[in-house]
Design a protein around this ligand. Structure first.
Ligand code: SF4
Ligand code: SF4
Length: 299
């Protein structure tokens, strides 16, 4: 995969886990990037935020671990304050609202306004499974530049829904990218990686470290995994360090630019890499987990 702030924003949406299929098991080495600065801001390909953690699907091996996380929605004002801080030192090519399923946020238009007002980025994109996108308010479409629609073989959109979303994107001049996904890659290992050599190998071959930078709850991450791996797997592995803290930079750090460059340009694995397969996991046909049974429901 490409690295660094190159190409057009649409390319980022075609370089996902699905494209790495042919590389699984022995993907190419992805070297760490040395980032350029412009007007004191680090130029990056993209930045994303998880506007909600919950989802209306339960995909097996969901990268942000949505099926296993408690429901949560970002407060637009809080996100806006985080991004205003971050905008002083970071200039991503595209800002992505992801999740969970972003259209489950009760005020997605308000979130988009907060991102726009921060000045972090001119290109605002949403990544969605599409199930709610066709009926979203015009106010959301009016505030978007791009939409990436992931159509999963295990939960496909109808042609009518796809046509309606396409028509709405065209009417509001939102650039639509449709990704048809029929396989998933295991990203969470069955057990923590046993050796330091395995951890280094997974990190070296992981493209997410240069493409999937995350801002989440007052912190910047070089990939999207640390906070959610900590929440989901932390109770199972008491020896796990506080991944959400050790693998991030606080946005109120006085030397934010230097700390972020240190995180982005590191050649060594994150602590989280021991609990992750990055781009090295095996591929399987796409599938949904069974629906969770409500608490107290009969077995
Ligand atoms: S639609 Fe996306 S966020 Fe939702 S469960 Fe599937 S992969 Fe995860
Ligand atoms: S935790 Fe490590 S292996 Fe997993 S996505 Fe992040 S950088 Fe890649």
């Amino acid at each position: 995969m490409a690295s660094g702030p190159l190409g057009s924003p649409g390319d980022a949406d075609t370089l996902g886990l699905s494209q790495a299929a042919g590389l699984a098991g022995n993907p190419a080495i992805v070297p760490s990037v040395r980032y350029e600065l412009h007007d004191g801001r680090i130029l990056t390909w993209s930045l994303e935020t998880h506007v909600v953690t919950h989802c209306n699907l339960r995909c097996v091996q969901c990268c942000p671990m949505s099926p296993h996380l408690p429901a949560w929605a970002v407060d637009p004002a809080t996100l806006g304050a985080d991004l205003t801080r971050l905008a002083r030192v970071l200039k991503p090519n595209v800002f992505k609202l992801t999740g969970g399923e972003p259209f489950l946020h009760p005020d997605l238009a308000g979130v988009l306004d907060a991102v726009r007002a921060s000045g972090i980025c001119e290109q605002l994109s949403v990544t969605t499974n599409g199930l709610l996108a066709q009926s979203a308010p015009d106010a959301v479409y009016e505030r978007l530049d791009r939409m990436t629609l992931s159509v999963y073989s295990s939960a496909p959109l109808t042609d009518a829904s796809l046509s309606r979303i396409t028509e709405r994107c065209e009417r509001h001049r939102v650039h639509l990218t449709v990704k048809r996904i029929d396989a998933f890659q295991q990203i969470t290992p069955d057990a923590p990686l046993a050796t330091d050599a395995e951890v280094r190998e997974v990190h070296a071959r992981c493209w997410l470290k240069v493409r999937c930078h995350l801002v989440h709850q007052g912190r910047f991450y070089s990939c999207t995994r640390p906070p959610h791996v900590a929440t989901v797997l932390g109770p199972t592995y008491p020896q796990m360090p506080a991944l959400g803290e050790v693998d991030s930079v606080r946005l109120d750090a006085p030397d934010l630019l230097e700390r972020m460059l240190g995180l982005l340009e590191r050649d060594t694995p994150l602590a989280t890499c021991r609990y992750c397969l990055g781009a090295s996991g095996p591929w399987k046909p796409h599938a949904q987990l069974p629906r969770a049974r409500p608490a107290g429901a009969p077995a």
